[in-house]
Design a protein around this ligand. Structure first.
Ligand SMILES: [Zn+2]
Length: 195
């Protein structure tokens, strides 16, 4: 965690402790990339540190991110990439993120996000890549995805959508690079092989 000149911190194996995370407050002015797979950080500390990381362009927090962290994340106006594989992002929290003017990639696993929350998606000004993992959305939510003007890529893992709903999305947005549980649909005009 040392070095206030380094614009990037990436830690995948080791658990980042509460104390280490707090060091970001004093040592990481100008931090642009923070990618942490495992953290043991209280919601209070998250709420204290996140608002200070105003230069962040990329943020990954692999451990559980509580709902009350989202107002702080939504204040990081330079964020372009946000990767939260274990978030408690409800409908209101997603709406907050639509204030991020540069956010182009959002990867989110949250059991708390519903179709109603996806209504916020067309309001995201720069969103090009969306990956939703095990969010309990249905075909109704896909209509909001279809309305995301700038969206180039949509990966969906899990959820409660039907084959019909997904096919309808692709008919409406035939250029969308769409993966469902890592695969292309049979009738996808953009179908291409993957390893
Ligand atoms: Zn593909």
């Amino acid at each position: 965690m040392r070095g206030n000149v380094s614009p990037k911190i990436e830690i995948s194996e080791a658990i980042v402790t509460e104390d280490q995370f707090r060091q970001l407050l004093t040592e990481c002015n100008g931090l642009e990339v923070l990618l942490l797979d495992r953290t043991e950080v209280s919601p209070e500390t998250l709420s204290k540190v996140l608002p200070q990381l105003t230069s962040l362009r990329q943020l990954k927090l692999g451990s559980t991110v509580p709902a009350d962290a989202f107002p702080h994340i939504a204040g990081l106006g330079n964020l372009e990439v946000l990767n939260l594989p274990d978030a408690r992002c409800g409908d209101q929290e997603l709406a907050l993120l639509s204030a991020l003017p540069r956010l182009k990639l959002l990867r989110l696993h949250s059991p708390a996000l519903t179709d109603a929350g996806l209504h916020a998606l067309p309001q995201f000004p720069s969103l090009r890549y969306l990956h939703l993992i095990n969010t309990p959305i249905t075909d109704a939510g896909l209509t909001s995805v279809a309305q995301c003007e700038h969206l180039e890529s949509f990966y969906l893992d899990g959820g409660n959508c039907t084959d019909e709903g997904l096919s309808a999305l692709l008919k409406e947005r035939p250029k969308l690079h769409f993966h469902w549980n890592d695969l292309h649909l049979e009738d996808d005009p953009n179908k291409h092989p993957h390893d």
